[in-house]
Write a protein that binds this ligand. Structure first.
Ligand code: PXP
Length: 246
């Protein structure tokens, strides 16, 4: 039987709600603690350049929480000197390099690794030298996968946003693209993760791809928590994923 696929819970959206009122509630660190207790294998948080949701203080507290509970923290970060310095200071289990534009609502599309190898490779090697596992958030495009291998990424996370938005044949075509990309990355010794826009149905469908080792899910779980609570939402996702792997 296939190994358990890890679930990383992204708690950025809890911070978005907190920041809407500028106070301390709801606390993303409390959400992270609850998510771990409910069966999340790790926590994912994106410290954006504009600090629109997660703050530097949140990252400090999340590092402490994950260290204390011996679960991985996956720090999503732009490829900037500032973020590199922050990652080196905190040494999370993993860093996921993502594209970032201030005007976007969320991370719209994958990182352009191809063509930017000279900028990305030294960041990857500096993070790896500090003992941080490096993931690149990319589209399932053969050029990007080859470039990810060239710059020495340990992991690639496929952006599933497009898959989740498409329908019918277009969605099936995107699924095939992700499946081929996952096969190719696996053959090159790169671990494969996936995330963005996933819900119960799309997460289960993604797990038909045997090479996917981890899903990172935020928006849907935090939204679902409004109706059923975070504990129940995470537990349900864990069950859905386990059933999809049987
Ligand atoms: N993985 C990465 C790299 C992301 O940037 C995001 C969004 O912050 C996610 C996963 C989670 O996406 P969603 O919140 O749509 O589930």
């Amino acid at each position: 039987m296939r190994d358990r696929v890890r679930l990383g819970v992204n708690i950025d959206h809890v911070a978005t709600v907190r920041n809407a009122r500028g106070g301390v509630h709801p606390d993303p660190v409390r959400a992270a603690r609850e998510a771990l207790a409910a069966g999340a294998d790790g926590i994912t948080a994106h410290l954006r350049e504009d600090r629109r949701h997660i703050t530097d203080t949140d990252i400090e507290a999340l590092v402490a929480l994950c260290a204390g509970s011996q679960r991985p923290l996956n720090l999503e970060m732009a490829v900037t000197d500032e973020m590199l310095a922050i990652a080196l200071r905190h040494r999370p289990h993993a860093a996921c390099l993502v594209p970032e534009r201030r005007e976007e609502v969320t991370t719209e599309g994958g990182l352009a690794v191809a063509g930017n190898e000279a900028r990305i490779a030294p960041v990857v090697s500096t993070l790896k030298a500090a003992g941080i596992r490096v993931s690149l958030f990319i589209e399932a495009d053969p050029r990007q996968i080859a470039a990810a291998a060239t710059v020495g990424a340990d992991v690639i996370e496929f952006h599933t946003g497009r898959y989740c938005h498409l329908q019918g044949q277009d969605q099936m075509n995107e699924f095939s693209r992700i499946r081929s990309g996952a096969e190719s990355a696996d053959q090159q010794g790169i671990e494969v993760h996936a995330g963005h826009g996933l819900d119960f149905a799309t997460a289960a469908r993604m797990l038909a791809i045997p090479h996917i080792r981890e899903l990172n899910i935020g928006h849907f779980l935090i939204g679902e928590a409004v109706f059923v609570g975070l504990d129940a939402a995470v537990r349900r996702m864990r069950t859905v994923m386990d059933e999809a792997c049987r």
